[in-house]
Design a protein around this ligand. Structure first.
Ligand SMILES: Nc1nc2c(ncn2[C@@H]2O[C@H](COP(=O)(O)OP(=O)(O)OP(=O)(O)O)[C@@H](O)[C@H]2O)c(=O)[nH]1
Length: 541
């Protein structure tokens, strides 16, 4: 290899130790066909010196034969490695590449730009921290740019770098770059991606990829590689709520019984009191065993085996959480976002398997609430889902599972749908909110009334656990785009007319210990809140 570090030849152990400690960034490159993803990845590998010398010699030779770059070495040939693909001249699956610099290690997912490959992008994006969205400077923001940004956002990617490529073909024009930047910012307002950066590049020539470009002196922000090396990702995963989905129970002999898995959230220390879900039994941590020896504390992302002080029942698919911390949801019905990935259409009511972490249960997609047009982000009613459709759906499972909303935890809030006959993955889903099947009928009715008859609705809940149900109902309605206010029965007569007049749903919950007219809904707009508070109807939470 054209060595990337002096240490490799002088002290290999020191190099490996240093390499081990580096933070890992997983990122995805996406864009329309021919935007230059493969060339960019080739450039990153080349400039970070992750190419074998003989490989380089081979692509120099190939560039003359099948390259698309004339005299220059076609770096895309490094990435478009498959022979069939080379003949066709397109990338046909998600390809993963590895490289590192002195500051970080990287895994790149290269997803194809073709429309029908949305599912591949969804597969690639689910484990990524960051997405590079390539835009051809000549064409600007395209349908694919919007689609990929939406999917990246849907899958919980918090960092997006918009790389405006082929700047050499627009004479390195600052005005063109600014125009694309403004277009993108205008479109992305609807997505609320927390961190968006822009960089004008030429992947082919290397401008602003690793080093600052002298062709674009007007751009004095960080080049692409510097962004990749420095964007802060350590706090992206759930650091606070401990989750260990148990992958298997390790019992090599009678004296050892450990629960193995990868920590999906928070951290755990020896002595911590844990609960096993869904059973609710508890014990405390005796040892944290890893491949490299025992630990006092382990963090999110680490693969560990825990032993407990007490002999309690734990099996594959259970989740260990810290007692007293905010617990995940245990439920058998959910509203979720779903990306349909199969060639065959989805059939409502048909039995599929749902795999949530290590939990596998049968269930159905009971209803499509609305389909989302990824190009315009508009929603519309739908009865089925086709390849690459994205929708908000309601699922019913045959038994309760332990989950978190995807927004809180990308590991414990995601699931896949499996065809029972072919065993193929047909969809990937992100959980929005959970409930019980018995409550869903009522939610469906409320949703229908509001959506199709545009009527205000008052829902009355009069169970023993009315408070919990009211909150869960409010959250489910919120995920369907409705705003609700929870009300005590004694306030209902005075308060409900105002709530209905404001176009909100009143949830009257019996047996509920709430202050007068407690406001619960995240979807209630500020003006309505002010208005109702002024009238003394709401106490904002
Ligand atoms: N002039 C110029 N050409 C570029 C640049 N980046 C890529 N290209 C060319 O654009 C064409 C497409 O580049 P690729 O890297 O294969 O594009 P891709 O996005 O990976 O395409 P698919 O694999 O089909 O999805 C090739 O001919 C590249 O040489 C650039 O910055 N400037």
């Amino acid at each position: 290899m054209s060595h990337q570090s002096e240490l490799i030849s002088t002290d290999i152990n020191a190099y490996l130790e240093q390499h081990q400690q580096k933070e890992l960034l997983r990122f995805l490159t996406c864009g329309s066909v021919d935007d230059g993803k493969s060339t960019l990845i080739g450039r990153l590998l080349h400039d970070s010196k992750m190419i074998y010398e003989d490989q380089l010699a081979a692509i120099e030779k190939d560039s003359q034969k099948s390259g698309t770059t004339g005299e220059k070495v076609d770096l895309a040939l490094l990435v478009d490695g498959l022979a069939a693909e080379r003949e066709q001249g397109i990338t046909i699956d998600v390809a993963y590449r590895y490289f590192s610099t002195s500051r970080r290690k990287f895994i790149i997912g290269d997803t194809p730009g073709h429309e029908q490959y949305t599912r591949n992008m969804a597969t690639g994006a689910s484990t990524c921290d960051l997405a590079i969205i390539l835009v051809d400077a000549r064409h600007g923001v395209m349908t694919q740019t919007r689609r990929h940004s939406f999917i990246a956002h849907l899958l919980g990617i918090k960092h997006v770098i918009v790389a405006v490529n082929k700047m050499d073909l627009v004479e390195f024009s600052e005005a063109r770059y600014q125009e694309i930047k403004e277009d993108y910012l205008e479109f992305s307002k609807q997505l609320s991606i927390p961190d968006i950066r822009f960089v004008p590049i030429s992947a082919l020539e290397g401008d602003n990829v690793v080093t600052q470009s002298s062709n674009m002196p007007w751009f004095n922000e960080s080049p692409l590689m510097e962004l990749l090396e420095t964007i802060e990702i350590a706090t992206d995963s759930d650091q606070t709520h401990f989750r260990l989905p148990v992958q298997y129970v390790n019992r090599p002999n009678l004296d050892f019984r450990g629960f193995a898995g990868t920590i999906a959230g928070g951290q755990v220390s020896v002595g911590d009191k844990l609960s096993v879900l869904p059973s609710g039994q508890s014990s405390s941590v005796k040892e944290i065993v890893t491949f490299d020896g025992n630990l006092e504390t382990a963090h999110v992302g680490q693969a560990i085996t825990l032993t407990l002080e007490d002999e309690i029942d734990v099996s594959r698919g259970d989740t260990l959480v810290k007692s007293g911390e905010s617990a995940p949801v245990i439920a058998d019905a959910f509203t979720t976002k779903l990306v349909w990935m199969a060639d065959e259409d989805m059939i409502s009511g048909r039995q599929y398997y749902f795999k949530v972490g290590h939990q596998l249960v049968a269930g159905t997609i009971a209803q499509v609430n609305e389909a989302i047009d990824v190009n315009t982000l508009e929603t519309a009613p739908a009865n089925t889902l086709h390849l690459n459709s994205i929708a908000n759906v309601t699922i019913h499972l045959s038994k309760p599972v332990v989950v978190d909303p995807y927004q809180n935890n990308r590991h414990t809030g995601a699931f896949i749908v499996i065809d029972r006959l072919t065993n193929g993955t047909v969809a990937a889903g992100m959980i929005e909110s959970a409930t019980e099947i018995s409550d869903l009928k009522m939610i469906t009715e409320v949703d229908r009334e509001l959506r199709y008859h545009q009527k205000s609705v008052t829902v009355v809940i009069d169970d023993n656990d009315a408070a919990e149900k009211a909150v869960s109902l409010e959250q489910t309605l919120f995920s369907l785009g409705h705003a609700a206010v929870i009300v005590r029965p004694e306030d209902a007569l005075t308060v409900c007319p105002y709530i209905e007049a404001a176009g909100l749903i009143a949830i009257v919950a019996g047996n509920i210990d709430l202050p007068f007219g407690l406001l619960y809904s995240k979807a209630v707009t500020a003006t309505i809140v002010d208005d109702l508070t002024e009238k003394g109807i709401l106490l904002p939470l």
